[in-house]
Design a protein around this ligand. Structure first.
Ligand code: B12
Ligand code: SF4
Length: 562
């Protein structure tokens, strides 16, 4: 083994049990959980994508001065080889930053412009192997909507989902697009965990062409506009919805029309380098007025027929305001819906292109049962399959709605269960009842709809024992009803009440490194639980949930993909 190689974890799911003073690790690999002893855990912690094998050996040796360095070196190499054989680490991965540093600064000659705007969603720090599980490789809708809107006005736009590519491919595609097609604007779609990658890539683009305009939008920049602009690689932040704002920006930068100071919904740096935040833009009320989103998004344009499910959005926003979720503030509390006819037309047009499976990405597609009934009536003759997320309250009160959903092709539903304790649900402003959780699951299962439920580890006021009992509750739902349970650690995303006032909920935020905001490792501690205890409880919950995962869910997941 070349000691200059950098070993990198292929999983983000691991934890060390420090509660009882021991130092034992538990790691989730593709073939289940692996236990790591004391020393192996120390080595595992060093495998962070930044240390070479040589550096890891040096650092571990310094902890054991009385042991011969040769023995330590051999043991470490053997362990690394075994971890690699078990599929837990890889040696080929190069961090994006490293790859980009290897590239020379290149200033473009001004040529003909092939495209006006390049839009992409950026990679997350998740190891690329997670992509193989198709967790993040949907063709994204946000940039798809903006692209088709801009194309209506004659702008030439190309899109890519960089989340679905490995780092070498990302560098290659960005270079190719910027050098060969010379777009004037590059736009990045950014969630919190992707914000560091977005900044790194923005820097790379500016190096390739210092005149390119970098625009960022999406859930993270909407609330962290100043943070993004301070990096100096970002020119404009688009807050909230992007279609109309991006059109005005395109007109300004490409046609010299308008004035940045007058474009609503942007934050930007003016000529003097001062940061300006313009007033908010109002939300689009008539969603039917938008063109259907562009679906030809690299690398999906040729492959998406083989892809498992295509995302469709039938509404925007959420009328609720749960303290851990940014859906309410992202949409300014404005819930807007497409007409059933408009939704059916889009699905029909995709069906004509050979697509039969869809995933409704709405925050809550069931908010207005009457509209959903009408959508179901329109979808029934199309003979398609679909999945969606829903609140439990609506489903628990509408058995007929569930029947119609089933007839219209609904094969899977995901419910936000969050907690089995009524007082905790109330403190989250979730506005659901525990009995509604059970009822909704029963109704869906009676119609043979596969059910997944998400639950949160680390809710305010939960003790170690409370969380263990909450996990028991989730496992019981798996065993009794065949529900697939997914746990996530409470994470204070920008735009949530939890982020704005953590102290109100007895939460301490320990890390503002957004790479860590992935729900699988803790960035907080609560009144009763430390950061490590939360991670450990999460892993324990995950392990038990996977052991009891209904086979039916695995089948449906292979079909739907998320
Ligand atoms: C579908 C979805 C997913 C899919 C994404 C698939 C894909 N490739 O599209 C999957 C399941 C993979 C996923 C995963 C996760 N998700 Co998610 N997801 C969503 C969901 C439900 C819908 C997204 C969507 O398509 N919306 C419809 C489109 C039209 O809206 P949009 O994307 O917001 O885009 C508009 C604007 O934001 C803006 N805009 C967006 N990008 C850009 C770019 C530019 C240049 C401009 C100008 C404007 C702009 O303009 C668009 C059009 O108006 C949203 C909730 C929501 N309401 O948006 C959560 C949401 C985005 N997800 C969220 C989270 C937390 C996650 C996960 C961390 C959860 C997890 N660990 O499992 C991961 C992280 C993945 C990642 N790498 O970032 C949070 C993000 C919070 C945050 N601050 O980061 C959201 C907001 C949910 C919530 N309410 O908290 N997610
Ligand atoms: S958790 Fe669900 S119901 Fe609550 S605000 Fe978010 S999307 Fe709406």
């Amino acid at each position: 083994m070349d000691k200059k190689l950098i070993p990198t974890k292929k999983t983000v799911v691991w934890g060390i049990n420090k509660r009882k003073g021991d130092h034992e690790g538990l790691v989730l690999g593709e073939r289940g959980f692996f236990k790591l002893d004391h020393v192996a855990s120390m080595i595992w912690e060093k495998i962070d994508g930044n240390h070479t094998v040589e550096e890891i050996i040096k650092s571990i040796s310094s902890n054991f001065p009385s042991v011969s360095p040769n023995i330590i070196e051999n043991d470490i190499m053997e362990l690394l080889n075994n971890l690699s054989k078990d599929g837990l680490i890889s040696f080929e991965y190069k961090p994006l930053e490293l790859l980009l540093h290897e590239k020379n600064r290149r200033v473009l000659s001004k040529g003909e412009r092939d495209i006006d705007i390049f839009l992409c969603s950026v990679p997350s720090p998740y190891p690329r192997e997670m992509v193989r599980l198709k967790l993040i490789s949907f063709p994204p809708l946000g940039i798809g909507y903006i692209a088709s809107f801009l194309e209506q006005y004659g702008f030439k736009v190309e899109c890519a989902n960089l989340s679905a590519l490995d780092n070498e491919q990302i560098v290659e595609i960005i270079e190719k697009i910027i050098i060969e097609k010379s777009p004037k604007i590059i736009g990045f779609s950014v969630n919190t965990e992707q914000c560091n990658s977005a900044i790194t890539l923005a820097n790379f683009c500016k190096n390739l062409n210092p005149e390119i305009i970098v625009v960022v939008g999406g859930a993270h920049p909407t609330f962290k506009d100043l943070e993004m602009l301070k990096t100096s690689y970002v020119d404009v932040v688009v807050r909230n919805e992007g279609e109309i704002t991006m059109l005005e920006l395109a007109k300004f930068y490409l046609e010299g029309e308008g004035d940045l100071n007058q474009i609503k919904g942007i934050s930007f740096k003016n000529k003097n380098g001062e940061i300006r935040r313009n007033p908010n833009r109002s939300f689009i009320e008539n969603l039917d007025s938008l063109p259907f989103p562009k679906r030809d998004i690299y690398p999906f344009e040729k492959q998406y027929l083989n892809f498992r499910a295509l995302p469709v959005s039938t509404s925007r926003g959420c009328p609720h305001n749960c303290v851990f979720c940014s859906a309410g503030s992202l949409s300014g509390g404005r819930y807007r819906m497409r007409s059933p006819k408009n939704v059916a037309e889009e699905i029909k047009s995709l069906k004509e292109r050979g697509i039969n499976i869809f995933h409704f990405v709405d925050d809550t597609v069931t908010a207005f049962p009457k509209r959903l009934m009408e959508i179901c009536d329109a979808l029934e003759p199309l003979d398609i399959e679909w999945s969606a997320e829903s609140r439990v309250d609506v489903i628990s009160r509408n058995k007929n709605l569930v029947k119609s959903m089933k007839k219209a092709g609904c094969v899977a539903l995901q419910f936000g269960i969050e907690s089995p304790y009524q007082s905790v649900l109330d403190s989250l402003n979730k506005k659901i009842k525990v009995h509604e959780i059970i009822k909704a699951i029963e109704f869906a299962r009676e119609e043979d709809i596969t059910v997944a439920g998400s639950m949160i580890i680390g809710l305010p006021n939960d003790t170690f024992e409370d969380v263990q009992k909450a996990i028991d509750f989730g496992i019981e739902l798996e065993r009794k009803f065949g529900v697939a349970i997914f746990f996530g650690i409470l994470t204070p995303f920008p735009g949530t009440q939890l982020f704005e006032s953590p102290e109100k909920f007895g939460i301490r935020i320990h890390s503002f490194n957004h790479d860590e905001y992935i729900l699988a490792n803790s960035v907080i501690s609560t009144k009763y639980l430390s950061k490590n205890e939360l991670t450990w409880l999460y892993i324990d919950g995950l392990r038990r949930a996977l052991e009891n995962m209904p086979k039916e869910w695995i089948k449906i997941q292979n079909k739907i993909g998320s």
